[in-house]
Design a protein around this ligand. Structure first.
Ligand SMILES: [Zn+2]
Length: 296
């Protein structure tokens, strides 16, 4: 995806950057909540124009993040990957570009120390590997990194493989080769990734889903993973989320997150949020909770 979509935010001594593979995806169906209507999207004026279309469709990105701390380079969710055969056309045979975008930040794939996957859906693990053109084998994209997978998450996917929405090709291509080479560490849901980064549990979207906190020099941020997909869910966190494998647990995690981060001053970076991807969850009045994208 084009370099102009790369964007960085400072959090204390850390720099968080966004690398986009699918920009401003819009669909005819309501993607993120099973029962939300176009009228509801249209009625939330603060969603427009950045997060929704005039006719009530949600806008989303598919993107990964890289966090540069004073001592580590950490990829948080490695997005979809190029040239893949996936369930939906929009994710199939994507062009190269992710690694070029990474290099535009001065980071080579050999520099990455840690790859942290918030969960094991196809759009969060894709660049864990690349396809070797000569052998057809899937090789680690980041050969010097430790890859962190939630222990609960990994154990669940070993048995599930297919969640009923996504076919399991990404497990075979993006997880199995990493495990086979001994590059994976199975972590607890409150794992400390490095001095500035740690996990917080938010199970429900998937069995072992976590989100990632960043704390440096008194500045705070959080990368949501898929505990929510769209800013609209800040206004209505209690509603069923289409892609939550356990809808009750997903709702509970989302409500906990909203409770904790509303008016907290913590910069919220939405894994699938369209531009502006980063912002703050704030209460504007009784029952009027919004995501205030940076710069809006
Ligand atoms: Zn996702």
């Amino acid at each position: 995806m084009a370099k102009e979509h790369v964007k960085s935010w400072k959090v204390g001594d850390c720099t968080v950057s966004r690398i986009v593979e699918v920009w401003d995806f819009q669909d005819d169906i309501n993607m993120t909540m099973t029962d939300a209507t176009a009228d509801e999207v249209i009625a939330l004026e603060w969603l427009h124009p950045h997060y929704a279309t005039p006719d009530g469709r949600q806008r989303m990105n598919f993107q990964g993040f890289v966090v540069q701390t004073p001592t580590k380079v950490v990829v948080v969710d490695s997005c979809i990957g190029a040239g893949r055969d996936r369930q939906f056309d929009v994710f199939t045979n994507l062009p190269e570009g992710f690694l070029e975008d990474l290099e535009s930040l001065g980071i080579s794939r050999h520099d990455v120390d840690i790859v942290m996957c918030t969960h094991l859906h196809f759009d969060h693990v894709g660049w864990n590997t690349y396809r070797d053109a000569e052998t057809g084998e899937y090789r680690p994209t980041f050969p010097n990194a430790r890859y962190l997978f939630g222990k609960t998450e990994f154990e669940a996917w070993k048995d599930i493989r297919n969640d009923g929405i996504h076919h399991p090709g990404h497990m075979i291509e993006c997880i199995d080769p990493i495990v086979a080479l001994g590059l994976a560490d199975l972590i607890e849901a409150d794992h400390v990734i490095c001095d500035e980064l740690y996990c917080e549990p938010s199970h429900g979207h998937t069995p072992g889903h976590v989100h990632v906190r960043i704390s440096s020099k008194g500045e705070e941020a959080v990368i949501t993973g898929d505990l929510m997909h769209h800013p609209m869910q800040c206004a209505m966190p209690e509603r069923d989320a289409t892609f939550d494998m356990d809808k009750d647990a997903g709702r509970a995690s989302r409500l906990r997150f909203i409770e904790k981060y509303t008016d907290s001053g913590v910069l919220v970076i939405g894994a699938h949020f369209a531009e502006p991807t980063a912002g703050h969850i704030r209460l504007h009045g009784e029952g009027d909770r919004r995501f205030d994208g940076l710069g809006l």
